[in-house]
Write a protein that binds this ligand. Structure first.
Ligand SMILES: Nc1ncnc2c1ncn2[C@@H]1O[C@H](COP(=O)(O)OP(=O)(O)OP(=O)(O)O)[C@@H](O)[C@H]1O
Ligand SMILES: O=C(O)[C@H](O)COP(=O)(O)O
Length: 421
């Protein structure tokens, strides 16, 4: 049965909390690691504090990156300093998530223990590793069966550490992994969502079910192929769909435009045309960038010029939306009552091409101040809004990328289903 974190009695209990501490790291000149965006750690603090304040202890577990075994650069020990800084509590560390009995036994109420990266074990994802490229179907089948069999033991061990299970890893809720889904079976009466999960689901449900109109979605990023299912499902829900970023040029090229060396997916031309036709049929207004800020090389300090997005000369590429587009997009955004933004409008990592994304963020902030509800989601979009210092001026910043998109598409997230079941 699903419990509530607000009413559960944590006194003297150990809570194992699945968090999503898959955060970006960079190496400093002295060879140490630094968390470059702590949004996901910051967001998990209220849940951890709740457990500690209610007399419990917290065992934190997460993945970091996509390691294929034990890999130093993906060790969660690199982020301990950041958790301690944000939580204000010392964090103990178990350097093997499957051999943490001693650390768990010594854990007292009010204390926090972080387990090493769950993905150092193939069992977390339940997918075989190290298969030879020429492995036969039989060998692949056997390897899969073998990791599935040991996955049960892996999950059972994690479950044995605690009295209750909290899933607060919204960013990973779309993965049916050991720690996000299977483990819940071992806590039939003591499983619950943390605050991130509760808030994310509420915020997205609010957008999907009670969206005040006009509802405008702004989708950017580099590829049509990675966003096509969400584009299609959003056509059922929104009044306006602003398509920007690198995907612009696939649409322009599909319609016969000249796009120079802009990012482009020829195998998606038909899909792009189908989207435009479907939007027309549904009465959804699609906004594509009419002009582009182009560069002659993929770097911040290349030469630039502004061109129509469908008439970019050879040797140039569209790297941000142009000034006319900024005016059009900002007007549509400011006239909207519900806003969803996923994916930057340009190569925002380069300051000279961050202007379009900044203008979109600014328009969203202004619309929010006028009473619109705004939800920003996705790793790059959140990095963008943080870079501009505007995260606290929108209604909700999601910690989810893929999870947010899948939930918005109407898919059941395994991490959510496992708690509700
Ligand atoms: N015109 C462009 N040309 C090339 N790359 C672009 C362009 N516009 C945006 N991008 C790049 O798109 C990347 C993000 O695109 P991607 O499709 O990977 O989005 P995403 O990771 O799904 O975003 P999010 O994490 O916000 O959901 C950024 O790194 C940005 O630099
Ligand atoms: O960053 C994310 O989207 C989540 O942490 C999930 O990571 P994954 O895509 O490697 O499963």
């Amino acid at each position: 049965m699903q419990q509530s974190i607000d009413t559960y009695n944590f006194a003297g209990k150990k809570a194992i909390i699945r968090v999503d501490f898959n955060v970006p790291l960079e190496t400093t000149s002295d060879g140490n690691f630094r968390v470059t965006d702590a949004t996901r750690i910051r967001a998990a603090i209220p849940t951890i504090k709740k457990v500690l304040a209610a007399g419990g202890s917290a065992i934190l577990m997460s993945h970091l990156g996509r390691p294929k075994g034990v890999t130093e650069k993906y060790s969660l020990k690199h982020i301990i300093y950041k958790i301690e800084e944000l939580l204000g509590v010392k964090v103990q560390f178990a350097d093997d998530c499957q051999r943490a009995e001693k650390e768990v036994a010594e854990l007292k109420p009010g204390q926090v223990l972080l387990l090493e990266n769950l993905r150092f074990y193939a069992e977390e994802e339940g997918k075989p590793r190290g298969l030879a490229e020429d492995a036969t179907d039989e060998e692949k089948k056997a390897a899969k069966a073998s990791v599935k069999a040991s996955q049960k033991e892996f999950v059972k061990k994690l479950a044995s550490y605690a009295d209750c299970y909290i899933n607060d890893a919204f960013g990973t809720a779309h993965r049916a992994h050991g720690s996000t889904a299977l483990i819940a079976e071992y806590f039939p009466g003591d499983k619950m969502f943390g605050y991130i999960m509760e808030n994310e689901l509420k915020a997205i449900d609010n957008v999907l079910e009670n969206a005040e109109r006009p509802f405008t979605a702004i989708l950017g990023g580099s590829k049509v192929s990675t966003k096509i299912t969400i584009i299609e499902s959003l056509l059922e829900k929104v009044d306006n769909l602003i398509l920007c970023g690198g995907m612009t040029y696939t649409f322009m090229a599909a319609e016969g435009g000249k796009i120079g060396m802009s990012i482009n997916e020829p195998d998606q031309y038909q899909t792009a045309l189908d989207v435009l036709a479907k939007a027309d049929k549904k009465g959804v207004k699609i906004y594509l960038a009419e002009d582009a800020l182009c560069g002659n090389d993929f770097r911040n300090d290349c030469d630039t010029m502004i061109c129509p997005s469908n008439d970019i000369p050879d040797g140039w590429e569209g790297m941000d939306i142009g000034p006319k587009t900024v005016v059009t997009f900002a007007k549509v955004i400011k006239e909207s009552k519900t806003l969803l933004w996923n994916g930057p409008a340009g190569v925002f990592e380069f300051d000279n091409f961050a202007g379009g994304s900044r203008a979109i963020a600014q328009a969203i902030v202004e619309a929010t101040a006028q009473g619109a509800y705004s939800l920003i989601g996705g790793g790059d979009s959140v990095a963008c809004i943080n870079k501009f210092g505007m995260a606290d001026k929108v209604s909700y910043v999601s910690t989810g990328g893929g999870a947010l998109l899948e939930y918005m598409e109407g898919l059941e997230l395994p991490g959510v289903a496992a708690i509700r079941k």
